[in-house]
Ligand binder design. Sequence first.
Ligand code: PRP
Length: 184
Amino acid sequence: MDPVDMGSDLERVLLTEEQLGARLDEMAAQIDADYVGKELLVVGVLKGAVMVMADLVRRLHSSVQMDWMAVSSYGSGTKSSGVVRILKDLDADLTGRHVLIVEDIIDSGLTLSWLLANLRSRGPETVEIATMLRKPDAAKVAVDVKYVGFEIPNEFVVGYGLDFDEKYRNLPFVGTLAPHVYGA
Ligand code: PRP
């Protein structure tokens, strides 16, 4: 898909595919440097993180183990509820592992703060977080995030894994949604 395919549903392109890719190059180089000589278990949080996960791990220069978790943090609306349910748990045992959680976006921080506590209780050596996007203005809880792609304004964003009503995840860029789409 490209911006034209979205028609009037797109308000504007916030981050292009090129900008996302260039930032991922930097993040991958940093992760490579930070984990020299260590085996990394990369945990993608479904569904939003699929794009970041795929693009980030392919930029790393060492082999990593990949695992997935699915959690539900949103109710029927578009805001985090703070109530997190595990829909799919990890296959891997975290005991003694170096774990890197990969997310598409941190909004309120409620999902990640819950996930961090949950994974830390499983006996890993380290747990860090990498996220493509973070909305600092929307943070309800402080979460210590080691790798942040971009800080973005508190707007309704879609694309690069992020959806509205399960649509627009397959945009290769991040865009803001026109208010008429979500009924504002
Ligand atoms: C999104 C995103 C994070 C969470 C962030 O997931 O992938 O997991 O919301 O929000 P928070 O910081 O306010 O908790 P969502 O629940 O929409 O599921 P999805 O990844 O399947 O779209």
